[in-house]
Design a protein around this ligand. Structure first.
Ligand SMILES: Cc1cc2nc3c(=O)[nH]c(=O)nc-3n(C[C@H](O)[C@H](O)[C@H](O)COP(=O)(O)O)c2cc1C
Ligand code: SF4
Length: 414
């Protein structure tokens, strides 16, 4: 029977988020003090050696990102920025909200350490406007951290300065994508930018910018406190540490669970989430949200890690797991995912604007006629493949992911 291992949620429920003294009593801000009294290069090395990978979905190395931002050289660089991506728009994902509501100071501490490591003096938390509880907790926490001298001028008498500001998003899924987020933060319409340049080189207002997810920042104080070796002893060789999984759908105990990476889907569903509702049979799980993948029972015992899942044609993504019992329709789930993409397409480029509409049109035609579903799936795949190759940003490149996995695991049931 698997149990939870908590890093990002280690303080959840243990202190009052509205009262900074209760966080300090737990040893809060001690890791920031240790970090700010170390060399920035050492911090980057520790995070790199710990093999911390971004928890926002793509799993990119956090240490490397920091190194690129730290080393970014440009003649007119007046400022470097740190941005916390708290947009949390991926369907089925509700982990960042828990950290912000239950442990806002851990996020602030992680951002403070990251800002010092890359030499940024201004940071933003970009958060979806619907997260009213998180926003109010963060406002209080930022005010109290400033009053205590953990933000503002001369932090821990080191001469280091940091200001953190909250900016609200308006609920667009695409604004969670880092380059679109930058446009939105600059006050522009939420349209994506072309990569390169990457944010580390030219980010917010054209300045070097480090962008990480809430959960990623929440791991940093732990690495500073416990060291690289200990961190790497948790999880798998290529993906050390823990991950918060948000399990929803046909399970008895839907919710958030933080475990070591390498846990299996079976352990998450049956040990932690209590098994399938009404003791029905497991049919499928959708891993990583809408821009994720369907898997069947043959993946139940595959350890959850970015690379291990990739070998099975699946993704870990944001950690969302939607579970479907055997009476659910794969066709209906596909319909809702494609409907979501059509709704969220920003319309800037033709392949995605027309493509997402076309995918739904094909599904609607099939709903009302007795068409050959295997032929339909092949048509959808051809369209999504074309979108993948020609769309301007990752949103238009996403529908291929669930469709390919349906072909791999559920062709006969589609
Ligand atoms: C359409 C789309 C939506 C995204 N939404 C989010 C989001 O809500 N939160 C998030 O952290 N990352 C999101 N991402 C990933 C970000 O672009 C980026 O990779 C991430 O913020 C980097 O942080 P990390 O390295 O800590 O994971 C999204 C990506 C895409 C393509
Ligand atoms: S791929 Fe879709 S979301 Fe991205 S720019 Fe094109 S239309 Fe907009």
């Amino acid at each position: 029977m698997i149990a939870e291992t908590r890093i990002a949620l280690k303080n959840a429920g243990k202190y009052k988020p509205e009262d900074i003294s209760t966080y300090i009593d737990l040893g809060g801000y001690k890791n920031a003090e240790k970090a700010l009294k170390s060399k920035p290069e050492d911090i980057i090395n520790w995070i790199d050696e710990a093999k911390l990978r971004g928890r926002g979905g793509a799993g990119f190395s956090t240490g490397q990102k920091k190194r690129f931002t730290n080393e970014a050289i440009c003649d007119k660089c007046l400022q470097k920025y740190v941005i916390c991506n708290a947009d949390e728009g991926e369907p089925g994902t509700f982990k960042d909200r828990i950290i912000m509501e239950m442990d806002p100071h851990l996020l602030i501490e992680g951002m403070l350490i990251a800002a010092y490591a890359i030499g940024a003096t201004k940071a933003y938390i970009y958060i979806r406007g619907e997260y009213t509880q998180s926003i109010s907790k963060l406002h209080i926490a930022l005010k109290q951290a400033k009053e205590k001298g953990f933000l503002g001028k001369n932090i821990f008498n080191t001469g280091f300065f940091l200001d953190i500001e909250i900016k609200l998003g308006a609920g667009s899924y695409l604004c969670g994508e880092e380059l679109t987020l930058l446009e939105s933060l600059e006050g522009k319409r939420g349209y994506p930018r072309i990569k390169p340049p990457f944010p580390a080189e030219k980010g917010l207002f054209g300045m070097p910018t480090l962008i990480n997810n809430v959960e990623t920042f929440a791991h940093i104080p732990y690495i500073i406190e416990h060291g690289v070796e200990h961190y790497r002893s948790i999880g798998t060789e290529n993906t050390p540490g823990t991950k918060i999984f948000t399990i929803s759908g046909d399970v008895k105990k839907a919710g958030y669970y933080e475990t070591s990476l390498g846990v299996t889907l079976r352990e998450l569903i049956y040990d932690l989430a209590g098994g399938i509702k009404q003791d029905k049979k497991f049919k499928a799980a959708i891993l990583g949200g809408a821009a994720g993948t369907f898997v069947d029972h043959t993946v139940l015992d595959t350890p959850m890690g970015y690379d291990l899942l990739k070998e099975r044609g699946a993704v870990l993504g944001s950690g969302a797991i939607m579970v479907l019992a055997d009476d659910r329709s794969i066709f209906e789930m596909t319909y809702s995912i494609l409907d979501f993409f059509k709704h969220e397409s920003c319309g800037k480029c033709v392949p995605c604007r027309v493509g997402t509409t076309q995918l739904l049109l094909l599904m609607n035609q099939a709903k009302h006629t007795k068409s050959d579903r295997i032929e339909l799936l092949n048509k959808l795949l051809a369209e999504a493949e074309y979108m993948d190759q020609t769309s301007l940003c990752p949103l238009g490149q996403s529908p291929i992911l669930p469709l390919k996995s349906i072909k791999q695991y559920f062709e006969s049931q589609f």
